[in-house]
Design a protein around this ligand. Structure first.
Ligand code: SF4
Length: 472
């Protein structure tokens, strides 16, 4: 069967169906929502069964090397899927496609892939798809970089009441373990009026919560002149009527200024929650990681946050076993975790990411040592999470109800303004609304609660009252 023939069949397929698989972070999730939005605008519908879908898109992530292997395994499996569903178009996009050697590998070894595009030319997808459908020839189109962000792409949001808003793309930091600056390019910020316009449109469409996205939101606006910065953006967004929750990620500790902390503290609608990835507590390791801050800087920023933002929750990322990390360095990390009292943390074993400076550093740490350290790290983190969550026991908290619980369809799940997961019995009609919930059981990773009727509230809880978690 020729490609041309296959393309004609797809064109005649009245269902025009697609399935997207997303790997990696929220930036990728947001990109997938845009791909889905563009396809739905073309009349395509979602089809969960890949054996029936007309188009499958794999939106890839390149942060971890073993994620690459998973993606290649996944692409490999489409050889069989295409035997059952020969008209299927397979498209691959995302950060992995920004690496020429990966694209090369796909071109030479994976004939089942029909379309390849990158993060910088995502907006071209409808055009590329159309070209493929007309010509039936495999298409590979990846831009190296881009100094603009294409506005006004349609977005198909997963949740009607909350949405992601990308405020900038790229990163200028070149942490020695990270591939992102090579795949997402240099920082490019969106104009503030475009962001505000998008958020207002989301609110008009029923969104009550937005999450601002960027690799390093604290350096938002550095490329747009002095008047534009993240603190000012938060203050502007805070004035938007009916927008109840503003979240953001990710904050680089070196760029978390007092002005940003003051803005979070002053803005009622900005949630009292900060994800602050420290990666290590050892100044020596932080230097080798090129993070451009020290242990003292971490402690200083966390103390400023706690002083100014009542009831704040702080979460973090920790990499264990970075090349050259000694037992003494690791103990510094444990010390900083104890001092900062993080609500929770994403912990990672350092893994070699080829193409980054750390991949060729001497003193790579043995896996057994990494595993032993991460277990000790988790023990400390879990105890802190448990203790902080205990401070929520019997408190009344404000919960934005997100969905029915995955484990029990009779129960709902939502989040406090501090990002804690709360499970409770409720009515699916409550999804998308904010409710007052009394915490009946505080667990290490989540809270159980019961919805309280307004008349039972007795004025003891204020909508802004999240309990103040334990602090150092
Ligand atoms: S700040 Fe560092 S870890 Fe984060 S995206 Fe940039 S280079 Fe990667």
């Amino acid at each position: 069967m020729s490609k041309k023939k296959s393309a004609t069949r797809i064109l005649n397929n009245p269902s025009r169906s697609f399935r997207i698989f997303t790997f990696g972070c929220q930036m990728n999730e947001n990109d997938s929502e845009k791909i889905s939005g563009m396809l739905k605008a073309l009349g395509y519908v979602e089809e969960m069964d890949v054996n029936k879908a007309g188009l499958v898109i794999l939106n890839t992530c390149s942060v971890r090397e073993n994620a690459d292997e998973r993606v290649f395994g996944n692409i490999g499996s489409y050889k069989t899927v295409k035997k059952k569903n020969p008209d299927l178009i397979l498209a691959v996009c995302g950060c992995m496609m920004q690496q020429p050697e990966i694209v090369n590998q796909i071109v030479t070894k994976y004939p089942q892939v029909d379309l390849v595009f990158g993060t910088h030319n995502l907006h071209q997808f409808p055009e590329l798809l159309n070209n493929y459908l007309v010509n039936g020839n495999r298409l590979v189109e990846v831009w190296d970089d881009s100094d603009t962000i294409v506005e006004d792409l349609p977005v198909d949001r997963k949740y009607p009441f909350k949405g992601f808003v990308t405020i900038m793309n790229g990163c200028n930091n070149f942490c020695t373990y990270c591939i992102v600056p090579y795949t997402r390019g240099r920082e490019v910020s969106r104009q503030p009026d475009k962001i505000i316009e998008e958020v207002k449109a989301l609110v008009a469409d029923g969104c009550v919560e937005i999450t601002l996205l960027g690799q390093n939101v604290n350096s938002y606006g550095n490329d747009l002149g002095e008047a534009v910065n993240f603190a000012a953006l938060l203050r502007d967004l805070n004035t938007i009527d009916k927008l109840m929750r503003i979240r953001f990620m990710t904050s680089h500790p070196k760029d978390l200024t007092d002005a940003v902390i003051d803005a979070i503290a002053a803005c009622d609608n900005v949630c009292n929650y900060i994800h602050l990835p420290i990666q290590s507590g050892s100044s020596r390791v932080l230097k080798a990681m090129n993070r451009k801050y020290s242990q003292e800087d971490i402690l200083d920023r966390v103390s400023a946050i706690r002083k100014k933002i009542p009831g704040v929750a702080i979460t973090t990322d920790i990499i264990v076993g970075f090349p050259g990390e000694t037992e003494a360095d690791f103990l510094e990390t444990l010390k900083v975790i104890e001092l900062c009292q993080f609500d929770s943390a994403f912990t990672f074993l350092y893994s070699i990411r080829s193409g980054t400076p750390a991949a060729t550093m001497a003193d790579q740490i043995a896996d057994s040592v990494k595993h032993e350290r991460i277990n000790r790290c988790l023990e400390v983190l879990h105890q802190i999470s448990h203790d902080i969550n205990q401070s929520y026991q019997d408190q009344v908290v404000q919960v934005l109800v997100e969905e029915t619980s995955r484990n029990n369809p009779e129960r709902l799940t939502g989040r406090t303004r501090t990002g804690k997961v709360v499970n409770f019995a409720g009515d699916p009609e409550d999804i998308g609304t904010e409710l007052m919930v009394r915490i009946t059981q505080a667990k290490t990773f989540s809270l159980d609660g019961e919805k309280i009727r307004q008349e039972d509230n007795n004025g003891t809880a204020h909508p802004d009252d999240d309990p103040i978690p334990a602090t150092s």
